[in-house]
Ligand binder design. Structure first.
Ligand SMILES: CC1(C)CN(C2CCCC2)C(=O)N1c1ccccc1/C=C/C(=O)NO
Ligand SMILES: [Zn+2]
Length: 410
């Protein structure tokens, strides 16, 4: 059973970091404490951490994320659940047999197949998605973690299920893309469909959640909503506001294309407006939220201008609907700030405050020079005019939105 955190523990416990930290930051909470306590499942194991930590494009990130969550004292409030490996059957639920076979066999070759060989290229396995040793095993375990997260929601063993190792939204049924090899999100949603009828997928990564949208663009059972940068030449190039789904799935794909420089207040105002409409129209039974942190101002993509607060407010809105919710990782290439952001989201789900500063732990130095838990916005120009954003919301809600109230606080 979830370790229900005991409230109001005796003075003797004030020494425990979590309680002490809570006392310290109580007066400076920026995010309203969620009313209800959620049972939070956190999918993790040493093996999953070690494998994910070796993914060459994000080498070392998994270790920073987990060690920060652990060092701020959150683990005691989470149900840590071990992942299992996705089975061949699980994976073939979405991906093509020939792609799976190629990925599995080529991953065995010590130095990986020469990524310029034509077969590899036809499966997207080159340039952005290099074949590294053991990639199939690693992605199978990451996908199994997302499936296990889905199972905790199906079994009502948790209200929120977290897999920061997952969120690989670009993988297609027959090819890798954007450093995504197996689409764990699609596999997790297919698992959720075994119990739930209407599933809402929300993607706040900097990049369009094309692989997930493509998988479900023909069905009204899964609504996909993606907020992303959409500018000429920016990867993956899809996700225009005119992209609304097809056939029975028409109107069940929602795309919110944004320009560089958007800040917390405007992002949250657009997010709240769109998601209010989505809730009314779709009435989801379960939510999957991809929380890619490459929208942070400090990300090397240098695109959006968000802080952990903007991302947390979006996740906070989803949690406030009190539906079974899955939180997944994704992009995020400023590793310390991605770790801070996902620690903040974990604390929000657990209803626990965080310390203002990074606690003493093995990776403390990665958080220099300020060693603060918070992230800051830059002063890059916001290319999203109020008119652009109002027109965008009007197009999506298909009714005139005269003035988009741009204050993000509820
Ligand atoms: C190679 C990485 C994955 C790393 N990266 C960092 C390195 C420094 C600047 C950002 C990228 O832009 N990448 C990409 C390269 C080609 C295509 C896609 C992506 C990212 C996809 C993504 O994040 N989806 O959510
Ligand atoms: Zn991304």
């Amino acid at each position: 059973a979830s370790s229900e955190p005991a409230e109001g523990k005796g003075a003797a416990d004030i020494d425990s970091p979590a309680v002490a930290a809570e006392a310290v930051s109580l007066k400076t909470s920026e995010i309203k404490k969620p009313k209800t306590k959620y049972r939070v499942a956190y999918v993790h194991s040493k093996q999953l951490l070690e494998k994910a930590n070796e993914l060459i494009r994000i080498k070392g990130r998994a270790e920073l994320v987990h060690s920060l969550i652990s060092s701020v004292g959150l683990l005691q409030y989470l149900q840590v659940v071990s992942p299992r490996c996705a089975t061949e059957t699980d994976i073939l639920g979405f991906h093509c047999p020939d792609y799976v076979a190629f990925l599995r066999d080529s991953g065995d070759v010590p130095d990986g197949k020469d990524s310029h060989d034509s077969d590899a290229e036809s499966y997207g396995l080159s340039y952005d998605c290099p074949l590294q040793k053991g990639i199939f095993e690693t992605c199978s375990l990451i996908s199994g973690a997302t499936i296990v997260a889905a199972e905790t929601l199906i079994n009502n063993a948790a209200d929120v299920a977290i897999n920061w190792y997952g969120g690989w939204h670009h993988a297609k049924r027959d090819s890798a893309a954007g450093f995504c090899y197996i689409n764990d999100i699609v596999l997790g949603i297919l698992k959720l469909r075994e119990k739930f009828d209407r599933i809402l997928y929300v993607d706040i990564d900097l990049h369009h959640g094309d692989g997930v949208e493509e998988a479900f663009c023909m069905t009204p059972k899964v609504m996909t909503v993606s907020f992303h940068k959409y500018m000429f030449g920016f990867f993956p190039g899809t996700g225009s506001v005119r992209d609304i789904g097809t056939g029975k799935g028409k109107y069940y794909s929602v795309n919110v294309p944004l320009l560089d420089g958007i800040r917390d207040a405007e992002f949250c105002a657009v997010f709240y407006s769109i998601m209010k409409l989505v809730r009314e129209k779709f009435q989801p039974q379960v939510i999957v939220l991809q929380c890619g942190a490459d929208t942070l101002s400090s990300d090397p993509n240098t695109s959006f201008n968000l802080t952990h607060l903007g991302i947390s407010r979006c996740a906070g809105l989803m949690l406030s609907w009190n539906l079974p919710t899955m939180l997944l990782g994704g992009g995020g290439y400023n590793f310390p700030n991605t770790a801070k952001c996902w620690s903040f989201l974990t604390s929000l789900a657990a209803g626990k405050k965080l310390p203002l500063d990074i606690p003493e732990h093995e990776h403390l130095l990665a958080y220099g020079p300020d060693f603060e838990m918070s992230t800051t916005a830059g002063n890059r120009k916001d290319c999203n005019t109020k008119q652009y954003l109002a027109d965008l919301v009007a197009k999506i809600s298909r009714k005139p939105v005269l003035v988009l109230i741009l204050c993000s606080d509820e």
